[in-house]
Design a protein around this ligand. Structure first.
Ligand SMILES: Cc1ncc(COP(=O)(O)O)c(C=O)c1O
Length: 387
């Protein structure tokens, strides 16, 4: 592994800078960070406290507590109508390790990994560090940033070993429909060596009540080559707890087992008990968050679309808005830095999500309505002063 090729995650960098400025007394509104603005629901916290009190703090099996793995398998099968076995479920400290393991196992010298651009920056960073050639698939506003088979076709080669898909999508809020998956599945029939890593960490946040999340698991021909990445971080407001789950083709599980044993031994035992409480408890907190994100995403995208020279696809899920400022001749990086220093609003430059994002910025909806309205007021004023 080529550790010197690993890159930082710009959203975390912006978060750090925003926290420093806020601690200096500046009225920073943070629309940079990718985490829910609510507390972890009380029944989940109570389960963690109970686990500590009951002394459940020893090592667990490297791939997670058997009862939690079984629960995840049932959960996935019920939600997606799949037929996943408990042995295919892997619990990790956050979802990120599952992404890293998928890339390291499938990548390496002489291989190619296709990833969405714009996209979660870790995909390209880890792909390069694995020794693979990282091949960006440019998502276009014309397709509302969904990945299509037509865009994928010219990028597939005999060296392609992994395709990364993310829906709902960070940073654009796009979603994959069943028809998109079908097209990709059809194409991949000619490429049997390609594994598909489907990052579905935002699947609980689809804004339209009438639309169901379209999972890779719902495509039968992809099931035996799918790595599905999910977790507790976003759905249950548990980003700092570090707990993720993923589903793997059976033949890859032993490699993940070895990586887990060598790197972290097991996910935190206490946090796994909290994870059980989350999956078995009420889903109402998720629904409250989802509705909040939907309302705020519309508020932000409408506000940007009303600004001359700015355009913005209305997000369908996740909790981000991704305006394009090219009509104003602005670079996202300049806007990120100037808004932080001039109007105390933290956003993330699109370039942090790939080369296609040069003129874009990402704003997070995970802030209160009041904060968002005040940020939009400052942003509007800034555009008026900087025609
Ligand atoms: C698309 C995507 N995948 C994975 C993750 C990482 O999740 P976790 O915090 O559980 O490692 C994030 C976090 O921002 C994300 O945006």
């Amino acid at each position: 592994m080529l550790v010197n090729l690993l890159e930082n995650e710009s959203a975390l960098e912006v978060l750090e800078r925003a926290v420093v400025l806020r601690n200096q007394g500046r009225p920073i509104i943070n629309l940079g960070v990718g985490q829910p603005d609510t507390h972890t629901p009380p029944h989940i916290c109570a389960a963690a406290i109970r686990a500590i009190e009951e002394g459940k703090h020893g090592y667990t099996p490297p791939l997670g507590l058997p009862e939690l793995r079984e629960l995840v398998a049932n959960y996935a099968n019920e939600r997606f109508g799949a037929d996943v076995k408990t042995q295919q479920v892997i619990v990790t400290p956050g979802a990120k390790p599952a992404i890293a393991w998928g890339i390291l196992i499938c990548g390496g010298d002489g291989t190619e990994i296709i990833y969405p651009d714009p996209g979660f920056p870790i995909y390209a960073s880890m792909a390069r560090a694995s020794g693979a050639r990282a091949v960006p698939l440019s998502l276009s506003a014309k397709n509302e940033f969904s990945m299509t088979a037509e865009e994928l076709l010219p990028l597939l080669t005999k060296s392609t070993r992994l395709l990364i898909v993310n829906s709902p999508h960070n940073p654009t809020g796009s979603i994959m429909k069943a028809s998109h998956w079908q097209g990709i599945a059809e194409l991949l029939k000619n490429y049997p060596k390609v594994t598909v890593l489907s990052d579905e960490i935002y699947s609980d946040f689809i804004f339209d009540d009438k639309i169901r999340h379209s999972s890779i698991l719902s495509v039968p021909s992809l099931q035996n080559r799918a790595i599905l990445v999910q977790g507790w971080s976003k759905s249950f407001a548990m980003t700092g707890w570090r707990l993720g789950w993923s589903l793997w083709p059976q033949h890859l599980v032993s490699q993940v087992f070895s990586l887990a044993v060598n790197v972290y031994s097991c996910p935190s035992s206490i946090v796994q008990y909290a994870g059980i409480a989350a999956l078995t408890g009420s889903r109402e907190p998720i629904d409250v968050m989802r509705k909040n994100f939907a309302r705020r995403a519309k508020l932000i995208s409408d506000a940007f679309n009303a600004i001359e020279g700015v355009s913005c696809i209305e997000p369908r899920g996740a909790f981000y808005v991704y305006p394009d400022l090219s009509g104003r001749g602005l670079l996202g990086e300049e806007v990120q830095n100037r808004w932080l220093s001039e109007i105390d609003v933290a956003v993330v430059a699109g370039i942090g999500f790939g080369a296609t994002g040069k003129h874009s910025i990402r704003l997070s909806c995970a802030a209160s309505d009041k904060e968002i309205s005040e940020a939009l007021r400052r942003i509007n004023e800034w555009f008026q002063k900087n025609p």
